[in-house]
Design a protein around this ligand. Structure first.
Ligand code: PMP
Ligand code: GLU
Length: 395
């Protein structure tokens, strides 16, 4: 043997683009540069005190040992009640698994349903990790091109055609969408469910931004609609809404046989999700924090409105108001065309010349666009807009 080498599958896995850009921006900051980082989407608000305290209490009470692999029974029951109350999803506690972040839940879900070589549809623009997660489950990611002119919500006929063309076995959907902020209405979600039912496809539904909504938009889970529940695995939790980012918590819900399979996989791979974090998540389920949530949504809403107003006055850039999550997917196709560059070079130049970190749309399969996270303070966003203006006028 010439030495230890990564296998073919792991060689196909790229580093998360969002995390890579954020790491680069952090390094530049450490080196003394005044970087505005609108890369990774992580709320700038702290974890709410009652939730953090529940974690501290867990340590003080010695709740620091292994738990059951699918999570403590109280939390599975609380998750079942939370999914019902918040999204009208009917799952028994046995149909809810606690997991270590939405990423891990997606991994367990795909590992449990993908057969080797299965084509899996991913609607672009998609969150960066889906193709890698499908590949790691031995599936074949099939990207359905983005539809910016339809508010980023695919027509059911386009999904049906892609399914038939590739013989797809399943689909990963993500609404509210990262990076586009798209939130389809009930009829549009039902149409996707109907296509999946007709073609015998499963659905993995990433609903991690399910409560981050604007302008009266409502989140509808495919699992809450006729024909949806029996074919859908739902990923949800408090990562984004309550800044549980570093705590690594999530729920995975679905029909019992598949959740049982996920629990078996989790028992081999993870053991159990962090015991201390489970206590914090239990607190998040049991004690709604309406004032904290309203404060966050008001701040996100103001930032969103600010970006929409400002960006649409910058020549060569356009921004349609996102309806959910906390990302601005800026259409920079005109600017790219004028400069003869692509979105990757554009983001490199923004970072090098203006010290503004943003994620190129190519990372989400939407070239010519740039994603700005507005999970950042208004001061940072104002700086970002100043820098964008300078960049554009310096042509
Ligand atoms: N899904 C989407 C759409 C996301 O944006 C993220 C970002 N972190 C995740 C999943 C992963 O969340 P977690 O931190 O809970 O693993
Ligand atoms: N989900 C966030 C984002 O899209 C955090 C980074 C990541 O987990 O990839 O920026």
């Amino acid at each position: 043997m010439a030495g230890l080498v990564p296998n073919a599958r792991s060689r196909r896995i790229e580093e998360s683009a969002t995390l890579a850009i954020t790491a680069k921006a952090a390094k530049m900051k450490q080196a003394g540069f005044d970087v505005v980082s609108l890369g990774a989407g992580e709320p700038d608000f702290p974890t709410p005190a009652p939730i953090a305290k529940a974690g501290v209490r867990a340590i003080e009470q010695g709740k620091t040992r292994y738990t059951a692999a699918p999570g403590v029974p109280e939390l599975r029951a609380a998750g079942s009640a939370w999914l019902k109350a918040t999204f009208d999803l009917a799952y028994t506690p046995d149909e809810v698994m606690v997991c270590a972040g939405a990423k891990a839940a997606l991994h367990m879900a795909l590992d449990a349903v993908v057969e080797p070589g299965d084509p899996v549809l991913i609607l672009a623009p998609y969150w960066v990790s889906y193709p890698a997660l499908v590949t790691m489950a031995d599936g074949k990611p099939v990207v359905v091109p983005p539809v910016p002119d339809r508010g980023f919500v695919h027509d059911a006929a386009a999904i049906d055609a892609a399914c038939k063309q590739h013989g797809a076995k399943g689909i990963v959907v993500n609404f509210p969408n990262n990076p586009s902020g798209a939130v389809p209405n009930r009829e549009q979600v039902q149409a996707i469910v109907d296509v999946c039912r007709t073609n015998g496809m499963w659905i993995v539904s990433d609903e991690i931004y399910g409560t981050l909504l604007y302008d009266g938009a409502r989140h509808v889970s495919p699992a809450s609609l006729p024909g949806g529940r029996e074919r859908t695995l739902v990923v949800n939790g408090f990562t984004k809404s309550h800044t549980l980012t570093g705590w690594r918590t999530s729920f995975l819900a679905g029909p019992r046989p598949v959740i049982d399979a996920c629990c078996r996989i989790q028992s081999q791979v993870l053991g159990n999700p962090c015991t201390i974090s489970q206590e914090a998540m239990l607190e998040a389920c049991r004690t709604p924090l309406p004032d904290d949530q309203a404060k966050r949504m008001q701040a996100f809403g103001e930032r969103r409105d600010f970006l929409v107003k400002e960006i649409n006055t910058i020549p060569g850039l356009r921004l349609a108001a996102p309806r959910g999550a906390f990302y601005a997917l800026v259409d920079a196709r005109e600017l790219c065309r004028k400069r003869g560059i692509d979105d990757v070079v554009l983001c490199e130049q923004l970072l090098d010349q203006q010290k503004l970190a943003a994620v190129p749309g190519s990372a989400f399969a939407i070239p010519g666009f740039v994603r700005l996270s507005y999970a950042a303070s208004m001061d940072e966003l104002k700086k970002a807009i100043d820098r964008l203006r300078k960049f554009v006028s310096a042509s």
